[in-house]
Write a protein that binds this ligand. Sequence first.
Ligand code: ADP
Ligand code: MG
Length: 365
Amino acid sequence: MANIAVCARFRPLSSKERRDHTDGVFIRSLDAETFVLKDEKQEEHEFSFDRAFYEGSEQADVYEFLALPIVQDAVNGINGTIITYGQTGAGKTYSMEGPSILDCDEKKKGLLPRVVDELFTSIKISEDASKYTIKLSMVEIYMEKVRDLFDLSKDNIQIKESKVQGIILSGVTEISVLDPADASQVLSRGIANRAVGETQMNMASSRSHCVYIFTVQRELITDKRSKTGKLVLVDLAGSEKIDKTGAEGIVLEEAKTINKSLSALGNVINALTSSTPNKANHIPYRDSKLTRILQDALGGNSRTALLCCCSPSPSNASESLSTLRFGARAKHIKASPHVSCKDDKYTKKIGAPTPPPADECCQRI
Ligand code: ADP
Ligand code: MG
């Protein structure tokens, strides 16, 4: 069983942080995976992740290490999830989208457009006789409601569970995308719908969790059997504490809801990594919409990667510490993804010593 891949990313100092940045070393890299963070009391905390990225890191480096293996698996019917976590302003959306989803600057492209490119490249070079369909859905979780970003009239999508497909968003709009340019246009429509909310709902875009869902269906032309990989990207709402934001009114309510769902995510991770795991161990996925949507990702049937985004400034030390502690905890989760076949009740565990004998469909593809 593979662990969740967890990486840390420290963005460059902002101009304001650069002006205020007085003391010397706040983060000290020991090697590619390990670094030390000095908190406000000058105490040092060592973290060891799968990889740490610093201000000089390129978007392509993060993509290739964190996302590329997951995207390649999705084409082969293995579910994947990529999550960005961290306080507001830490670089979650920059890492996920880049400066803009339609930005043509190759260097600055975020994970999302790179995922799109790779999906289409993989299916183009695939040599077998398969027909591929790539569909895209986009939702945001705002105040514990799941809103369809392709159809704003669907503002309270219900989450259901199916034995074959896992977690499903009931009635969510799915748009078939034909090529990377088409996918970018569709994504930018969804993002624009999120931005409309920004003025109406007090910066809703950082006060909500944004979920991008790619469904990659591969159908064998010879005998019509198919398998489906679901690739979910999640740009989480800011993880900062309420007291620091000085929030009141609706902003306070939003912050409380975010904290509740991120706490629920923490509780699920704690339950999954508890030192006395047993089969009857209750995992509280149903405590929030976020954890329910991420149930497949965290509960096993997905290859999952978590990018912990941090400010490099000592003024955000306690928030960065809390983000990194969250990542350190998540690193212990074990995942056991398997290929999903539409017309076969059997599935094939990745790395399982003996695949289910009747699993013809999965073995042949
Ligand atoms: P978040 O989504 O976590 O609230 P953003 O992604 O919006 O934060 O980033 C906040 C600001 O920092 C933005 O202006 C963004 O362009 C900039 N930024 C974040 N990460 C990087 C990076 N790796 N390189 C350059 N600028 C970055
Ligand atoms: Mg953001």
